[in-house]
Design a protein. Structure first.
Length: 74
């Protein structure tokens, strides 16, 4: 597998129920992945759980990109 050498961060989508993993750096602005979550009407607790789980997944994806050198060494 090739090392992507990309630094990323997690941001909430402005238009969708999703977390975006975006590349960060000077002159670099593109989306690498989207982690959507389900929103259920009148069920605030489930919505918070879904959003939290999606954020954990997005943070994991971002971590893998940000630490790809360590991961690929093993």
């Amino acid at each position: 597998m090739e090392n992507p050498n990309t630094n990323t961060k997690v941001k909430h989508s402005e238009s969708k129920n999703a977390w975006n993993i975006v590349a960060e750096g000077l002159g670099v602005k593109y989306k690498i992945a989207r982690v959507p979550y389900l929103v259920i009407e009148d069920c605030e607790i489930m919505n918070e759980i879904e959003k939290s789980i999606a954020l954990k997944h997005a943070n994991y994806i971002s971590y893998c990109f940000n630490n790809s050198s360590k991961i690929l060494q093993n």
